[in-house]
Write a new protein. Structure first.
Length: 359
Protein backbone atom coordinates (compact mmCIF):
# COMPACT_ATOMS: atom_id res chain seq x y z
CA UNK A 1 0.00 0.00 0.00
CA UNK A 2 1.34 3.40 -0.97
CA UNK A 3 0.15 6.51 0.79
CA UNK A 4 0.62 9.77 -1.06
CA UNK A 5 0.61 12.82 1.16
CA UNK A 6 -1.38 15.39 -0.75
CA UNK A 7 -0.69 18.45 1.32
CA UNK A 8 2.00 19.10 3.85
CA UNK A 9 -0.02 21.46 6.05
CA UNK A 10 -2.61 19.36 7.77
CA UNK A 11 -1.91 15.71 8.17
CA UNK A 12 -5.45 14.66 8.99
CA UNK A 13 -7.28 15.98 5.95
CA UNK A 14 -4.23 16.07 3.75
CA UNK A 15 -3.35 12.41 3.69
CA UNK A 16 -5.25 10.08 1.54
CA UNK A 17 -4.52 6.46 1.36
CA UNK A 18 -4.04 4.74 -1.91
CA UNK A 19 -4.49 1.07 -2.36
CA UNK A 20 -4.07 -0.42 -5.80
CA UNK A 21 -6.58 -3.14 -5.04
CA UNK A 22 -9.17 -0.49 -4.20
CA UNK A 23 -9.78 -2.20 -0.84
CA UNK A 24 -9.70 -0.48 2.50
CA UNK A 25 -6.14 -0.90 3.74
CA UNK A 26 -5.62 -3.34 6.55
CA UNK A 27 -3.72 -2.45 9.65
CA UNK A 28 -0.68 -4.68 9.73
CA UNK A 29 2.77 -4.82 11.16
CA UNK A 30 4.72 -4.36 7.96
CA UNK A 31 7.56 -1.85 8.27
CA UNK A 32 6.78 1.78 7.49
CA UNK A 33 8.87 3.93 5.23
CA UNK A 34 8.89 7.52 4.08
CA UNK A 35 10.06 8.27 0.54
CA UNK A 36 10.88 11.97 0.41
CA UNK A 37 10.18 12.51 -3.30
CA UNK A 38 8.46 10.82 -6.21
CA UNK A 39 10.84 8.32 -7.77
CA UNK A 40 10.47 5.79 -10.56
CA UNK A 41 7.42 3.59 -10.11
CA UNK A 42 9.32 0.33 -10.46
CA UNK A 43 11.41 1.29 -7.43
CA UNK A 44 8.31 2.21 -5.42
CA UNK A 45 6.75 -1.11 -6.42
CA UNK A 46 9.74 -2.94 -5.06
CA UNK A 47 9.56 -1.11 -1.73
CA UNK A 48 5.80 -1.71 -1.68
CA UNK A 49 6.35 -5.47 -1.69
CA UNK A 50 7.72 -5.29 1.85
CA UNK A 51 6.60 -2.01 3.43
CA UNK A 52 3.85 0.50 4.04
CA UNK A 53 5.00 3.61 2.31
CA UNK A 54 4.38 7.32 2.30
CA UNK A 55 5.62 9.22 -0.73
CA UNK A 56 6.03 12.99 -0.67
CA UNK A 57 4.31 14.17 -3.85
CA UNK A 58 5.54 17.75 -4.20
CA UNK A 59 8.47 18.89 -6.33
CA UNK A 60 9.65 21.01 -3.42
CA UNK A 61 11.19 18.94 -0.63
CA UNK A 62 9.38 18.63 2.70
CA UNK A 63 10.43 21.36 5.15
CA UNK A 64 12.82 20.05 7.85
CA UNK A 65 10.10 19.89 10.51
CA UNK A 66 7.78 18.00 8.14
CA UNK A 67 10.60 15.66 7.17
CA UNK A 68 11.20 14.97 10.86
CA UNK A 69 7.53 14.46 11.52
CA UNK A 70 7.06 12.10 8.55
CA UNK A 71 10.17 10.13 9.42
CA UNK A 72 9.25 9.65 13.06
CA UNK A 73 7.66 6.27 13.49
CA UNK A 74 9.18 4.91 10.28
CA UNK A 75 11.59 2.01 9.94
CA UNK A 76 13.28 3.39 6.85
CA UNK A 77 13.58 6.57 4.79
CA UNK A 78 14.54 7.05 1.17
CA UNK A 79 16.12 10.48 0.82
CA UNK A 80 17.94 12.62 -1.69
CA UNK A 81 20.51 15.40 -1.56
CA UNK A 82 17.96 18.07 -0.61
CA UNK A 83 16.85 16.36 2.60
CA UNK A 84 18.76 17.11 5.78
CA UNK A 85 19.18 13.97 7.84
CA UNK A 86 20.62 15.32 11.05
CA UNK A 87 20.67 14.60 14.78
CA UNK A 88 17.23 16.19 15.24
CA UNK A 89 15.70 13.87 12.65
CA UNK A 90 17.47 10.83 14.06
CA UNK A 91 16.30 11.74 17.58
CA UNK A 92 12.74 12.01 16.30
CA UNK A 93 12.94 8.61 14.55
CA UNK A 94 13.92 6.03 17.15
CA UNK A 95 12.67 3.08 15.03
CA UNK A 96 14.83 3.91 12.03
CA UNK A 97 16.66 0.82 10.74
CA UNK A 98 17.94 2.19 7.43
CA UNK A 99 18.58 5.44 5.57
CA UNK A 100 18.72 4.97 1.82
CA UNK A 101 20.03 7.95 -0.13
CA UNK A 102 19.24 8.34 -3.82
CA UNK A 103 22.70 9.74 -4.65
CA UNK A 104 26.33 8.91 -4.21
CA UNK A 105 27.00 12.15 -2.28
CA UNK A 106 26.02 12.11 1.38
CA UNK A 107 26.85 15.63 2.52
CA UNK A 108 23.22 16.11 3.61
CA UNK A 109 23.33 13.08 5.91
CA UNK A 110 25.05 12.94 9.28
CA UNK A 111 26.62 9.57 8.54
CA UNK A 112 28.81 9.63 11.65
CA UNK A 113 25.74 10.06 13.87
CA UNK A 114 23.84 7.32 11.99
CA UNK A 115 26.85 5.05 12.52
CA UNK A 116 26.92 5.80 16.24
CA UNK A 117 23.30 4.70 16.35
CA UNK A 118 24.01 1.55 14.30
CA UNK A 119 21.88 2.69 11.35
CA UNK A 120 23.22 1.64 7.94
CA UNK A 121 23.28 4.39 5.31
CA UNK A 122 22.90 3.29 1.71
CA UNK A 123 23.91 5.31 -1.33
CA UNK A 124 24.17 4.76 -5.08
CA UNK A 125 27.78 4.79 -6.27
CA UNK A 126 28.80 3.09 -9.49
CA UNK A 127 25.55 3.28 -11.41
CA UNK A 128 25.91 7.02 -12.02
CA UNK A 129 29.67 7.28 -12.58
CA UNK A 130 29.59 7.11 -16.38
CA UNK A 131 26.66 9.49 -16.75
CA UNK A 132 28.27 12.03 -14.42
CA UNK A 133 31.63 11.80 -16.20
CA UNK A 134 29.81 12.26 -19.53
CA UNK A 135 28.36 15.55 -18.28
CA UNK A 136 31.69 16.68 -16.80
CA UNK A 137 33.40 15.98 -20.11
CA UNK A 138 30.61 17.72 -22.04
CA UNK A 139 31.10 20.81 -19.85
CA UNK A 140 34.85 20.61 -20.36
CA UNK A 141 34.38 20.57 -24.11
CA UNK A 142 31.70 23.26 -24.09
CA UNK A 143 33.89 25.59 -22.07
CA UNK A 144 36.95 24.87 -24.24
CA UNK A 145 35.18 25.31 -27.57
CA UNK A 146 32.87 28.09 -26.35
CA UNK A 147 29.68 26.21 -27.15
CA UNK A 148 27.45 27.90 -24.55
CA UNK A 149 28.65 31.36 -25.48
CA UNK A 150 28.33 30.85 -29.23
CA UNK A 151 24.92 29.21 -28.91
CA UNK A 152 23.62 32.23 -26.99
CA UNK A 153 25.04 34.44 -29.76
CA UNK A 154 23.20 32.47 -32.45
CA UNK A 155 19.93 32.70 -30.51
CA UNK A 156 20.35 36.45 -30.09
CA UNK A 157 20.39 36.72 -33.89
CA UNK A 158 23.98 37.95 -34.02
CA UNK A 159 25.20 35.34 -36.53
CA UNK A 160 25.18 37.68 -39.49
CA UNK A 161 28.52 36.77 -41.07
CA UNK A 162 28.75 33.10 -42.07
CA UNK A 163 32.41 32.53 -41.19
CA UNK A 164 35.53 34.40 -40.23
CA UNK A 165 38.93 32.74 -39.80
CA UNK A 166 39.56 34.54 -36.51
CA UNK A 167 36.16 34.18 -34.93
CA UNK A 168 35.10 31.86 -32.08
CA UNK A 169 38.57 30.49 -31.51
CA UNK A 170 38.63 28.27 -28.45
CA UNK A 171 41.01 25.78 -26.94
CA UNK A 172 41.78 22.27 -28.18
CA UNK A 173 40.97 19.41 -25.87
CA UNK A 174 42.90 16.59 -27.54
CA UNK A 175 46.56 16.04 -26.63
CA UNK A 176 46.30 18.34 -23.60
CA UNK A 177 46.79 17.59 -19.90
CA UNK A 178 43.78 16.68 -17.81
CA UNK A 179 44.18 16.99 -14.04
CA UNK A 180 41.64 14.99 -12.05
CA UNK A 181 41.10 15.79 -8.38
CA UNK A 182 39.54 12.77 -6.66
CA UNK A 183 40.09 9.32 -8.14
CA UNK A 184 36.87 7.53 -7.23
CA UNK A 185 34.63 5.92 -9.80
CA UNK A 186 33.63 9.20 -11.46
CA UNK A 187 37.24 10.44 -11.52
CA UNK A 188 38.28 7.19 -13.18
CA UNK A 189 35.54 7.49 -15.80
CA UNK A 190 36.74 11.03 -16.46
CA UNK A 191 40.27 9.67 -16.98
CA UNK A 192 38.93 7.12 -19.47
CA UNK A 193 37.25 9.88 -21.45
CA UNK A 194 40.43 11.95 -21.39
CA UNK A 195 42.45 9.01 -22.68
CA UNK A 196 39.99 8.73 -25.55
CA UNK A 197 41.04 12.25 -26.48
CA UNK A 198 44.75 11.38 -26.27
CA UNK A 199 45.17 13.44 -23.13
CA UNK A 200 47.91 13.11 -20.53
CA UNK A 201 46.23 12.33 -17.22
CA UNK A 202 47.43 13.66 -13.87
CA UNK A 203 45.54 12.98 -10.70
CA UNK A 204 45.51 13.92 -7.07
CA UNK A 205 43.46 12.01 -4.54
CA UNK A 206 43.25 11.53 -0.77
CA UNK A 207 44.15 7.92 -1.41
CA UNK A 208 46.71 7.16 -4.08
CA UNK A 209 45.51 4.42 -6.48
CA UNK A 210 48.71 2.70 -7.72
CA UNK A 211 46.69 -0.28 -8.94
CA UNK A 212 45.01 1.95 -11.54
CA UNK A 213 48.01 3.94 -12.69
CA UNK A 214 49.57 1.65 -15.30
CA UNK A 215 46.29 0.35 -16.71
CA UNK A 216 44.76 3.80 -17.14
CA UNK A 217 47.90 5.83 -17.78
CA UNK A 218 47.51 7.94 -14.65
CA UNK A 219 50.27 9.96 -13.01
CA UNK A 220 49.87 10.84 -9.34
CA UNK A 221 51.01 14.35 -8.38
CA UNK A 222 50.46 16.73 -5.49
CA UNK A 223 47.73 19.35 -5.84
CA UNK A 224 50.01 22.34 -6.58
CA UNK A 225 51.68 20.40 -9.41
CA UNK A 226 48.34 19.28 -10.81
CA UNK A 227 47.03 22.85 -10.79
CA UNK A 228 50.16 24.28 -12.40
CA UNK A 229 50.53 21.65 -15.13
CA UNK A 230 46.96 20.89 -16.17
CA UNK A 231 45.11 22.46 -19.08
CA UNK A 232 41.87 21.14 -17.57
CA UNK A 233 41.24 20.61 -13.87
CA UNK A 234 38.23 18.44 -13.11
CA UNK A 235 36.90 18.05 -9.56
CA UNK A 236 35.46 14.75 -8.34
CA UNK A 237 35.73 14.86 -4.54
CA UNK A 238 32.92 14.56 -1.99
CA UNK A 239 31.99 17.67 -0.01
CA UNK A 240 33.41 17.42 3.50
CA UNK A 241 34.82 19.93 5.97
CA UNK A 242 38.24 19.31 4.37
CA UNK A 243 37.06 19.90 0.80
CA UNK A 244 34.88 22.99 1.41
CA UNK A 245 36.54 25.76 -0.65
CA UNK A 246 39.26 23.29 -1.63
CA UNK A 247 39.72 25.42 -4.73
CA UNK A 248 40.04 29.06 -3.70
CA UNK A 249 42.05 32.08 -4.73
CA UNK A 250 45.46 30.48 -4.08
CA UNK A 251 44.60 27.40 -6.12
CA UNK A 252 43.01 29.36 -8.97
CA UNK A 253 46.06 31.60 -9.18
CA UNK A 254 48.24 28.51 -9.60
CA UNK A 255 46.35 27.44 -12.71
CA UNK A 256 47.41 28.44 -16.23
CA UNK A 257 45.65 31.46 -17.75
CA UNK A 258 44.59 29.10 -20.54
CA UNK A 259 43.24 26.47 -18.14
CA UNK A 260 39.64 25.41 -17.63
CA UNK A 261 38.08 24.34 -14.32
CA UNK A 262 35.31 21.73 -14.32
CA UNK A 263 33.19 21.06 -11.23
CA UNK A 264 30.71 18.19 -11.30
CA UNK A 265 31.22 17.37 -7.61
CA UNK A 266 29.61 19.85 -5.19
CA UNK A 267 29.37 23.63 -5.53
CA UNK A 268 31.02 24.55 -2.20
CA UNK A 269 34.19 22.63 -3.16
CA UNK A 270 35.01 25.83 -5.07
CA UNK A 271 35.02 29.31 -3.51
CA UNK A 272 32.60 30.85 -5.98
CA UNK A 273 33.63 34.46 -5.25
CA UNK A 274 37.24 33.61 -6.03
CA UNK A 275 36.09 31.74 -9.14
CA UNK A 276 34.14 34.77 -10.34
CA UNK A 277 37.22 36.98 -9.97
CA UNK A 278 39.44 34.38 -11.63
CA UNK A 279 37.13 34.19 -14.64
CA UNK A 280 36.56 37.93 -14.81
CA UNK A 281 40.22 38.87 -14.50
CA UNK A 282 41.53 36.06 -16.70
CA UNK A 283 43.52 34.09 -14.10
CA UNK A 284 41.94 31.09 -15.87
CA UNK A 285 40.32 30.81 -19.28
CA UNK A 286 36.90 29.37 -18.48
CA UNK A 287 34.86 27.07 -16.26
CA UNK A 288 32.26 24.34 -16.75
CA UNK A 289 30.00 23.82 -13.74
CA UNK A 290 27.36 21.19 -13.10
CA UNK A 291 27.14 22.31 -9.48
CA UNK A 292 27.11 25.77 -7.93
CA UNK A 293 27.04 27.43 -4.55
CA UNK A 294 24.24 28.02 -3.81
CA UNK A 295 21.86 25.80 -5.72
CA UNK A 296 19.74 26.85 -7.42
CA UNK A 297 21.96 29.68 -8.63
CA UNK A 298 20.03 32.96 -8.23
CA UNK A 299 19.45 34.79 -11.48
CA UNK A 300 21.46 37.77 -10.17
CA UNK A 301 24.53 35.70 -9.31
CA UNK A 302 27.61 37.46 -10.75
CA UNK A 303 28.75 34.23 -12.46
CA UNK A 304 25.79 34.58 -14.81
CA UNK A 305 27.17 37.88 -16.12
CA UNK A 306 30.21 36.09 -17.53
CA UNK A 307 30.45 34.51 -20.97
CA UNK A 308 33.35 32.21 -20.11
CA UNK A 309 31.40 29.90 -17.85
CA UNK A 310 29.02 27.11 -18.84
CA UNK A 311 26.53 26.15 -16.14
CA UNK A 312 24.27 23.10 -16.00
CA UNK A 313 21.68 22.68 -13.22
CA UNK A 314 23.17 19.65 -11.36
CA UNK A 315 22.29 17.14 -14.07
CA UNK A 316 25.30 14.81 -13.83
CA UNK A 317 23.30 11.66 -13.17
CA UNK A 318 20.13 12.83 -14.91
CA UNK A 319 19.79 10.30 -17.70
CA UNK A 320 16.82 7.96 -17.85
CA UNK A 321 18.98 4.87 -17.55
CA UNK A 322 21.20 6.13 -14.75
CA UNK A 323 18.40 7.62 -12.65
CA UNK A 324 16.44 4.39 -13.18
CA UNK A 325 19.41 2.37 -11.92
CA UNK A 326 19.84 4.77 -8.97
CA UNK A 327 16.17 4.45 -8.00
CA UNK A 328 16.33 0.66 -8.11
CA UNK A 329 19.57 0.52 -6.12
CA UNK A 330 18.16 2.91 -3.51
CA UNK A 331 15.01 0.77 -3.29
CA UNK A 332 17.05 -2.44 -2.92
CA UNK A 333 19.17 -0.81 -0.20
CA UNK A 334 16.03 0.26 1.63
CA UNK A 335 14.44 -3.18 1.43
CA UNK A 336 17.64 -4.89 2.56
CA UNK A 337 17.87 -2.57 5.57
CA UNK A 338 14.24 -3.19 6.51
CA UNK A 339 14.84 -6.91 6.33
CA UNK A 340 18.00 -6.67 8.45
CA UNK A 341 20.23 -7.71 5.56
CA UNK A 342 23.46 -5.94 4.57
CA UNK A 343 22.87 -3.13 2.10
CA UNK A 344 24.13 -3.66 -1.43
CA UNK A 345 25.94 -0.31 -1.23
CA UNK A 346 26.58 0.89 2.27
CA UNK A 347 28.47 4.06 3.19
CA UNK A 348 29.08 2.99 6.80
CA UNK A 349 29.69 -0.79 6.74
CA UNK A 350 31.26 -0.47 10.19
CA UNK A 351 27.71 -0.74 11.59
CA UNK A 352 27.80 -4.44 10.72
CA UNK A 353 31.05 -4.88 12.60
CA UNK A 354 29.49 -3.08 15.58
CA UNK A 355 26.54 -5.48 15.44
CA UNK A 356 28.80 -8.53 15.30
CA UNK A 357 30.77 -7.25 18.26
CA UNK A 358 27.67 -6.66 20.33
CA UNK A 359 26.28 -10.17 19.65
C1 LIG B 1 24.98 12.48 -6.42
O1 LIG B 1 24.68 11.32 -6.69
O2 LIG B 1 25.60 12.77 -5.41
C2 LIG B 1 24.53 13.53 -7.36
O3 LIG B 1 25.06 14.75 -7.07
C3 LIG B 1 23.03 13.59 -7.43
O4 LIG B 1 22.66 12.67 -8.37
Amino acid sequence: MIRFIKDSKSKSDAEHTFNRTGKVPEVNDRPRVFVTRQIMQEALDLVGTVAEMEVWPDEEPPAPEILRERSSGTDGILTNIMDRVDVALLDASPRLKVISQLAVGLDNVDVAEATRRGIPVGNTPGVLAKATADVAFALLMSAARRIGESERWVRRGEWTLAFHPLRWLGIDVHDKTLGIVGMGQIGLEMARRGRGFDMRILYHSRTRRPELEAEHGLTYVDLPTLLAESDFVSLHVPLTEETRHYIGEKELRRMKPTAILVNAARGPVVDSRALYTALKEGWIYAAGLDVTDPEPLPIDDPLLTLENVVIAPHVGSASLDSRGAMCMLAARNLVAGLQGRELERCANPEVYQMRDNSN
